[in-house]
Design a protein around this ligand. Structure first.
Ligand SMILES: CC(C)(COP(=O)(O)OP(=O)(O)OC[C@H]1O[C@@H](n2cnc3c(N)ncnc32)[C@H](O)[C@@H]1OP(=O)(O)O)[C@@H](O)C(=O)NCCC(=O)NCCS
Length: 350
């Protein structure tokens, strides 16, 4: 296990291409077949290798290759970050781009790459807790591999086609959040934080006490989003949210009380992916007293429309509770299908 060296870019780019082809086969976003794109990746890897000077860690990014009998046979990337604001929240090292060449599988390279990444994450955290997290598409046979290495599912994702859908007439309405929703959102955030922890997902902050400071910081965030949108009416807010990169959404009941909140985000997929937009609805925070299916249906319908307006062909519903739970079941009832899961393991020193 080591850093890639200058001149090895083409071999590593070949691994990357194999990985994206595999993802394509599992229903992931399509990657390009344009050889020039992979040449550019190879050149970039060679330039990176010079800067790295033989060290797998460069800033918050880790890149490790596996060598076996003189050949590069695998690679893994890691992105090191902290998801929350509390110093008590563990760091996260996102496991990305793990691949072992088909002819080198089953001899321990995958395990060794993840051990190397864990060591690097541990070094970056300087002894503070770190969680390794990998998002794995449902059809990928690698679930069993991760399970053997002690990774456990902590969050689930489903996916739905983006399109114009009529909002359900069930007494609940989804809309863009405004400043006046800050207290309700703060209370729901606590429910979200508790749900994540009960699922074994420790990447985020613990539930916070709802105090004036928290409410005013949420209100300020919502106000700045609204002023950026320069929204005078609900209709123009919706149009602006559809153009901006993210939006806070809420669901209100017939009396106007906020019963759920979630965050919508959309962004471009860069090469080597065939250019398109990726859109996500996550951070679902539901009032436990409201029927999940009834509050999720209008949220998904609104976001399908926002995603379609932004040119994203599909919408991922992320950060969900396990299959069979009310939230997961509600996304299926809204037309989504299982898409991926996030597998985590707490790093430990060797
Ligand atoms: C997943 C992958 C990286 C595993 O690499 P590998 O080098 O074959 O794995 P290892 O040899 O280190 O296997 C470690 C353990 O997992 C097991 N394992 C590996 N792949 C497995 C599979 N598909 N099903 C069940 N068990 C598997 C091995 O038997 C071994 O178990 P053992 O310790 O009891 O002997 C490799 O199959 C691959 O590149 N797949 C395509 C890309 C991919 O899916 N990447 C992950 C994207 S999130």
């Amino acid at each position: 296990m080591r850093a890639a060296e200058p001149g090895e870019g083409a071999r590593v780019a070949l691994l990357w291409r194999q990985l994206w082809d595999a993802h394509d086969g599992w229903g992931g976003y399509a990657a390009t077949n344009d050889a020039r794109v992979y040449d550019q990746i190879a050149q970039r890897l060679d330039a990176d290798a010079i800067v790295r000077g033989g060290q797998p860690i460069l800033g918050r990014h880790v890149h490790i290759v596996a060598e076996h009998r003189g050949e590069i046979v695998g690679q893994v990337e890691g992105w090191f970050d902290r998801q929350g604001v509390s110093p008590a929240t563990p760091y996260t090292c996102e496991v990305r781009s793990l691949i072992v060449h088909e002819q080198a599988r089953g001899v321990g390279a995958g395990r060794a790459l993840l051990s190397g990444l864990e060591d690097a994450a541990w070094a970056l955290s300087r002894g503070s807790p770190v969680v390794l997290a990998a998002e794995v598409l449902e059809p990928n046979p690698a679930h069993a591999f991760y399970a053997k290495l002690g990774y456990r599912p902590v969050a689930y994702c489903t996916r739905v086609v983006s399109r114009e859908v009529a909002a359900p007439r069930n007494g609940f309405t989804a809309r863009i959040a405004h400043e006046g929703d800050a207290l309700a959102i703060a209370l729901l955030e606590s429910a979200l934080a508790s749900r994540r922890r009960s699922q074994g997902d420790f990447r985020f902050d613990r539930p916070r006490a709802v105090d004036a400071a928290l409410v005013s910081s949420i209100a300020a965030h919502l106000a700045s989003a609204a002023s950026a949108a320069s929204a005078a009416s609900a209709a123009s807010a919706l149009m602006s949210a559809a153009r901006s990169d993210s939006a806070e959404l809420v669901v209100v009941d017939a009396k106007g009380a906020v019963r759920a909140a979630a965050t919508f985000a959309v962004g471009p997929l860069e090469p080597p992916f065939v250019p398109t937009k990726r859109s996500m609805l996550g951070r679902f925070a539901l009032d436990p007293a409201a029927p999940a299916t009834d509050v999720v249906a209008p949220l998904v319908a609104l976001t399908q429309r926002l995603a379609a307006e932004r040119g994203a062909p599909t919408l991922e519903l992320t950060d969900l509770s396990p299959p069979g739970s009310p939230l997961h079941t509600a996304t299926l009832a809204a037309g989504a299908r299982p898409w991926s899961r996030v597998l985590c393991r707490s790093a430990s020193p060797r």
